[in-house]
Design a protein around this ligand. Structure first.
Ligand code: FCB
Length: 477
């Protein structure tokens, strides 16, 4: 594994034999609607929970909002041209629910759908496979006003919305993922309140997680009925969870956090059940009375692929009497029932998010999903890093980000060599964008955005990635 603090120079691909990926490996980059589109009040779009949240004082760093973002709504053809220049084989984007179905119920907004029709056409004309995510966190505000994801009805609304998007672009989009990272929607949105809608209630966060997965299952059924040829899946964000020591207390803390972070979603989606230890851990929080007969069958409706977002590892330890627990991702808690678990930092290199850089964790994660859960094709639907970038002489030489990608692609290759059916990799992100509660203060892009002028500058990592794609591989080390 390469050392992330010592990135290879751009051009290293010219040295030595290559680490080749399987033919047809789907090289992509990802974005999300609210993070890049802007045009928040144009073309018939109405507010989502992220508009409300970002316009509420104190919720997002520096009061940043997605009102303008990267202005992608107006610059889409130019952005697709940049993707084509990178040689992307696929582009993962999300549809803004309130842009295509204002209010989240009832009729469609053709003007909103037209934007995605044009995007899909533009991608196909440039030989780029569209990869459509239905829900990247922008719930129409009226659905939140009616109770949001903790309420069962929202699941049905999501399936209706999935149907209308299928009607509009189903003939041209092969790859569909329903939800992006339901853990974040449920536990940051309704648990810690660090994300929209900013509510903090343990039981509601667990209910939200269930109804998100129910909405996913219903949407898969609706899409399957309309689009028998489509490749359908879901994207979950997974973390290896490691105990800080072999002490039983630390090992148990790791079991608990693994339950909430990973198995809360993997087990219902891929096995049709909640893990018994997880429901026992949550007994003080909820009796799971919101789970109805038949829900888990719907949630585990067969899929064609699983999308995995990977960023880092959690290292955890048992609570220490008298010591304040870490205020992880802002109190009260995105870990209901396990608030007192301590998250430990190991002193290894971190990104600008303070997330530890841990490429071997990607191998572990991919192997675990394949070996413990499913034979389905897997895709890394997000992986990337924030670093502080500077423009010098019109260039952005993002060596740390480049090294992060390099290390994680080597990890991806290692997983494939170990037998994981990994079929593609999407860099997060195509361009700098609105990083949720961090606003524009964190940059994840391979393309630099000047938010004053909306100028785009492909960084060194973008030029390097283009070369990786062109060669379908990396140099061996
Ligand atoms: C993921 C999100 C994505 C982006 C990255 C950094 O959790 O899916 O939108 O914010 O993190």
């Amino acid at each position: 594994m390469s050392n992330p603090t010592h990135p290879p120079a751009v051009g290293v691909l010219d040295q030595g034999p290559e680490l080749t990926f399987p033919p047809g490996f789907l090289w992509g980059a990802a974005t999300a609607a609210y993070q890049i589109e802007g045009a928040a009040a144009e073309g018939g779009r109405t507010p989502s929970i992220w508009d409300t949240f970002s316009h509420t004082e104190g919720r997002v760093v520096s009061g940043h909002t997605g009102d303008v973002a990267c202005d992608h709504y107006h610059r889409m053809p130019d952005d697709v041209r940049l993707m084509a220049e990178l040689g992307l084989k696929s582009y993962r984007f999300s549809v803004s629910w309130p842009r295509v179905q204002p209010g989240g119920t009832g009729g469609v907004n053709q003007e909103g759908l037209d934007f995605y029709r044009r995007l899909v056409d533009e991608l196909l004309a440039n030989g780029i496979e569209p990869w459509l995510t239905l829900y990247h966190w922008d719930l129409p505000q009226p659905l939140e006003d009616a109770g949001g994801w903790p309420v069962r009805d929202t699941a049905g609304r999501f399936a209706d919305y999935a149907s209308l998007v299928a009607d509009a672009v189903g003939d041209r989009v092969k790859y569909w993922t329903t939800l992006n990272e339901p853990w974040c929607s449920a536990f940051l949105g309704y648990g810690s309140g660090a994300h929209a809608p900013g509510r903090s209630d343990g039981a509601d966060s667990v209910r939200a997680g269930h109804h998100l997965m129910l909405g996913h299952g219903l949407a898969v059924q609706a899409l399957r009925a309309k689009l028998p040829q489509a490749q359908l899946g879901v994207t979950v964000n997974l973390y290896p969870v490691t105990p800080a020591s072999d002490e039983p207390g630390d090992v148990d803390a790791a079991r608990r956090i693994d339950g909430l972070a990973n198995r809360f979603f993997l087990d219902p989606l891929l096995r049709g059940s909640y893990p018994a230890d997880l429901t026992a851990d949550l007994a003080e929080v909820t009796d799971f009375g919101h789970v109805r007969d038949g829900d888990l069958e719907i949630i585990s409706t067969p899929l064609d692929l699983v999308g995995i977002n990977y960023y880092s590892r959690h290292v955890v330890a048992a609570p220490v009497a008298g010591e304040e627990p870490d205020k992880y991702w802002r109190a009260p808690s995105c870990w209901p029932g396990s608030e007192d678990v301590r998250f430990v930092t190991r002193g290894v290199p971190v990104t600008d998010m303070d997330w530890e850089i841990d490429a071997p964790g990607l191998v572990e994660t991919l192997r675990r999903v394949h070996e413990e859960y499913t034979d389905l094709p897997l895709y890394v639907t997000e992986n990337g890093s924030a670093f502080v970038d500077t423009v010098q002489d019109g260039r952005v030489d993002d060596v740390d980000r480049l090294a992060y990608f390099d290390a994680h692609l080597r990890a991806s290759h290692e997983a494939i060599a170990a037998g994981v059916p990994l079929r593609g990799y999407f860099a997060w992100s195509l361009m700098d964008n609105f990083e949720w509660a961090w606003g524009y203060t964190k940059r994840f892009g391979m393309i630099w955005i000047d938010y004053d002028t909306q100028a785009r500058i492909p960084k060194s990592s973008a030029r390097w990635y283009a070369e990786v794609i062109r060669r379908n591989g990396l140099a061996a080390q």
